[in-house]
Design a protein around this ligand. Structure first.
Ligand code: EAX
Length: 336
C-alpha cells in the first residue's frame, strides 16, 4: 500500500502524539503527597508554598496533588525534617538553621552579618554555595529542591530597645536550635536558650524568656506584638528557608517528575521572595500601629556588634570549610 505525502505526515503526527501521550502517562503518576511547614499560610512563605503546590499541579496535568499542613501541624522543624528523612512526610519547608545538626556546612547561613542585603543573599543561595548545600542533603536521606527566604532577622524583647551591644546583655533570649546562634548571643552577654518555635509564644507570654529573634514576617503572623514591646532592627543574620523532599520519594520519581518539582520550586521562589520583600514595609507600619516600638541601630553600633561577633565566624569557619566560605565571599563580592 502506498501513502500520499500528506497521509504519511499525518500518520507520523498521530504516532508521535500517541508516543508523547503514552510517555506522559508513564512518567507522571497520580500522587498525593504530604507537605508540611512551620509557619502560617498567610506568611510570604505560605504564599510561596501555595504557589509551589499550584505549579506542581499545573505541570503534572493535575496528577500530582499535595495535602498541605502549615503552622507546625506536623511538628517542629527538627521533627518534620526527621519525618521527611524517614519518608513519613514527603516534603518539608524549613529554616536552614535546624539543618546544621545534619549537615554542618549549613552553619554558613547563620554567620552573623554574612549578608548586607538581599542581593548578596540571593547570589549565595542561588550560586555554587547554595547548590553544594542542597546536594549535601542527599547524604542524609533528603533532596534539596531550592531556597525560599524567611529573611533578615531582628531582635524583639519585652525590656528595652536595643541600641548598642550592651543592651543585649542579660536578656533571656530564645534562639533556634543551632550552635552558631547560641554562641553569638552568649558572646553578646545574653542568656541564650535554644527552643523549638512552637514553644516560643507561650514562653514569651509567661515571661520565661524576654526576647527572641526573627524576620518581620514571622513576628507579624505570630502576633508577637501581643507579648513583645520592642523590635530592634539588628539584621544580624539572614535565614534562607529550604524546600526539601524525602529521598525515599525522590528515588521513586521518574526524571520528568523530578524535573517538575525542581522547576516548580525555582519558579515559586522568585514569586515568594518578591512577596516577602514587598510585605516588609506594610508590616512595619502595622506593627507600629499595634503599639510595637521599632528602632534602627546607628551604623557604628552595628559595626561594633559585628566586630564582637567575628570570633563566632572564626570559630565555625573550619567546620563549614574554608573553601565554602571563600566561595560565599566571592559571590557576595561579585554583587558589588
Ligand atoms: O521557620 O524557628 C524560627 O525562629 C524560624 O525562623 C521560624 O519558625 C520560621
Amino acid at each position: 500500500m502506498t501513502m500520499t505525502t500528506g497521509a504519511r505526515i499525518c500518520a507520523a503526527l498521530v504516532a508521535s502524539l500517541l508516543v508523547s501521550t503514552a510517555a506522559f502517562a508513564q512518567d507522571v503518576q497520580e500522587r498525593t503527597l504530604k507537605f508540611g511547614y512551620s509557619t502560617f499560610e498567610a506568611h510570604p512563605l505560605g504564599q510561596g508554598a501555595n504557589k509551589f503546590v499550584a505549579l506542581v499541579a499545573e505541570k503534572s496535568g493535575g496528577k500530582i496533588k499535595m495535602k498541605v499542613y502549615p503552622a507546625t501541624q506536623l511538628g517542629s522543624e527538627t521533627q518534620t525534617i526527621s519525618a521527611t528523612q524517614g519518608g513519613v512526610q514527603d516534603i518539608v519547608g524549613t529554616s536552614t538553621a535546624p539543618l546544621v545538626g545534619l549537615v554542618k556546612e549549613y552553619a554558613i547561613f547563620d554567620f552573623p552579618f554574612l549578608f548586607a542585603n538581599e542581593k548578596q543573599a540571593d547570589a549565595v543561595v542561588d550560586g555554587p554555595v547554595g547548590q553544594t548545600l542542597l546536594a549535601k542533603l542527599s547524604e542524609k536521606g533528603l533532596v534539596g529542591l531550592c531556597f525560599f527566604e524567611n529573611g533578615f532577622r531582628n531582635v524583639t524583647n519585652s525590656k528595652r530597645p536595643i541600641t548598642t551591644a550592651a543592651d543585649v546583655e542579660g536578656l533571656k533570649i530564645r534562639t533556634m536550635q543551632n550552635p552558631v546562634y547560641l554562641d553569638a548571643f552568649k558572646t553578646l552577654g545574653a542568656n541564650a536558650v535554644p527552643m523549638p518555635w512552637p514553644e516560643v509564644y507561650t514562653a514569651l507570654e509567661s515571661g520565661a524568656i524576654d526576647a527572641q529573634e526573627n524576620p518581620y514576617g514571622i513576628i507579624y503572623v505570630n502576633k508577637l506584638n501581643e507579648v513583645q514591646k520592642y523590635v530592634s532592627v539588628t539584621k544580624h543574620a539572614y535565614s534562607p528557608w529550604a524546600m526539601i523532599m524525602s529521598k525515599k520519594l525522590w528515588d521513586k520519581l521518574s526524571p520528568d517528575e523530578q524535573k517538575i518539582f525542581v522547576d516548580s520550586c525555582n519558579e515559586a521562589k522568585v514569586y515568594q521572595r518578591q512577596v516577602s520583600r514587598a510585605e516588609d514595609a506594610k508590616i512595619v507600619a502595622d506593627l507600629k500601629a499595634k503599639g510595637m516600638q521599632i528602632n534602627e541601630l546607628a551604623p557604628e553600633e552595628i559595626a561594633k556588634i559585628k566586630a564582637k561577633l567575628q570570633p563566632v565566624v572564626d570559630k565555625y569557619t573550619p567546620s563549614v570549610g574554608e573553601d565554602l566560605v571563600r566561595q560565599a565571599n566571592q559571590s557576595i563580592a561579585a554583587t558589588q
